[in-house]
Design a protein around this ligand. Structure first.
Ligand code: UTP
Length: 422
């Protein structure tokens, strides 16, 4: 039961920020929702929402600072000696139980248009494996190969956490020991309408949405999993999305490269298909590692080539990055910037009616993982083969769809069976 004093305090807070409309449906809510909305009001940082709204009114960020290209190492072009050197350094770390994997699975998968958590989506073509199962296979194989634990941390969202955990239970955690699979929910931020007002969701409480894959650092800390990693002696944490079935989750070369180059992170890249491909690319900004988004890069930069004829800005960021635990600790101490997106958002109006807008009506705020790179002084970049490590599942049809991801997975497995991949 909500005490009257708690209600009055919540109302006072809302009045201070001009958001008292949020309690207009209060009397029609059941006790559980009344408690929920009062708690939400207590916990929301309304000063932050004002700041967020101000971002929403600014124009798209232009690249400021001095941009230069970043050095990379091409995994497929390493000499036998170089390969073995990196491999053995990395192998030792993994064998000593210093390696963990984080899978970010908190996204909504809007473009795929699949209602359940994206990780439960089955790739077809006779494979009939969910993304989670395929990723778990990669981890289990590495656990055997390196005879090491390799714990798996899975970031979910408020919306898909229960369904994700149930899916793992139903599938007996795909044979992974329960104690080595941990789920944690990512953070959320309020969505704002075009006037900067918070909104009610279909159930009459404040409408929140996931804070983007950049929320992974903060939520690892908040949920106690950075501490858990430290207790386990983890030094290297590989972080990637759930929607790349070929992600090379356990990579001794990435570790060996970072150690050899004295960096605290290795970002994996694949070569841009063409100068105009819509992908973010690794570069340096004011000498620090950075990813320029395709909306920011100029045509001249996108087409620039080095003396070997390679694109100067051709190393696509594919959301597969390895971090040293010290880097994660440092990054988590500072807030990443939020990016705005204008979206269609269902909401409850003051009369209790559910409005399904035909056009975008609300701002959603997200942090991006690559905004953390700038806080690292340097970063190693490991170019990998697209066909070996990148099979994104984004759209229902066409590019990066179930068909393309499945085909890439099948081709990869065939090459593996023939012993063409280690
Ligand atoms: P995307 O940005 O491609 O988003 O996420 P998405 O949710 O999968 O798909 P759309 O844009 O709604 O169609 C890349 C990866 O980051 C994770 C996703 O689960 C995916 O693995 N992610 C994204 C999160 O974990 N949390 C977020 O808030 C956003």
């Amino acid at each position: 039961m909500v005490e009257d004093i708690e209600y009055q305090e919540a109302l006072k807070k809302l009045k201070k920020y001009g958001q008292e409309h949020l309690l207009c449906r209060y009397e029609s809510l059941d006790d559980e929702k009344k408690e929920k909305i009062i708690n939400q009001i207590k916990n929301i940082d309304f000063d932050q929402t004002i700041e967020l709204f101000n971002i929403a009114n600014k124009s798209i960020k232009k690249i400021d600072g001095e941009i230069s290209s970043i050095e990379y190492v091409d995994k497929s072009k390493l000499s036998k000696e170089q390969y073995e050197k990196y491999y053995n350094i990395g192998k030792k770390e993994i064998e000593q139980g210093k390696y963990a994997v984080v899978t970010m699975a908190g996204g909504q998968g809007t473009r795929l248009g699949y209602v359940a958590p994206k990780g439960t989506f089955k790739i077809g073509g006779g494979v009939e494996k969910s993304l989670f199962e395929a990723l778990s296979d990669t981890i289990k194989e590495a656990r055997n190969k390196f005879n090491a634990k390799i714990p798996w941390y899975i970031m979910t969202s408020r919306e898909n956490n229960n369904a994700t955990e149930k899916f793992f239970e139903k599938n007996d955690f795909f044979g992974m020991p329960y104690e080595d699979v941990k789920f944690f929910k990512q953070g959320e931020l309020p969505m704002l309408d075009t006037e900067g007002k918070l909104m009610l969701d279909e159930t009459g409480v404040i409408k929140l949405s996931a804070d983007g894959h950049g929320g992974v650092f903060e939520s690892l800390v908040k949920n106690g999993y950075l501490e858990d990693m430290k207790k386990r002696g983890i030094e290297w944490v590989f972080i990637s999305g759930v929607d790349n079935v070929l992600a090379g989750l356990v990579d001794p070369i990435a570790v060996g490269l970072a150690i050899t180059e004295g960096t605290l992170a290795t970002g994996k890249s694949v070569v841009k298909r063409s100068p105009s491909e819509n992908v973010g690319v690794f570069c340096k900004r004011n000498g620090k590692p950075y990813v320029i988004e395709y909306t920011e890069i100029t045509e001249e930069m996108a087409n620039a080539r080095d003396d070997k004829g390679e694109l100067l800005y051709g190393e696509s960021h594919i959301l597969t990055n390895l971090f040293n635990i010290k880097a994660l600790e440092n990054i988590a101490q500072n807030k990443l910037p939020y990016h705005k997106a204008f979206k269609k958002a269902k909401y409850m109006d003051a009369n209790g009616e559910i409005i399904k807008p035909e056009k975008p009506n609300a701002y959603k705020y997200e942090a991006f993982i690559f905004d953390a790179f700038e806080s690292l002084n340097s970063m190693s970049i490991l170019r990998v083969k697209r066909e070996d490590e990148f099979a994104p599942l984004k759209n229902a049809e066409g590019e990066d769809s179930p068909n393309t991801a499945t085909q890439l997975y099948i081709n990869y497995m065939e090459r593996k069976t023939k012993g063409l991949i280690d």
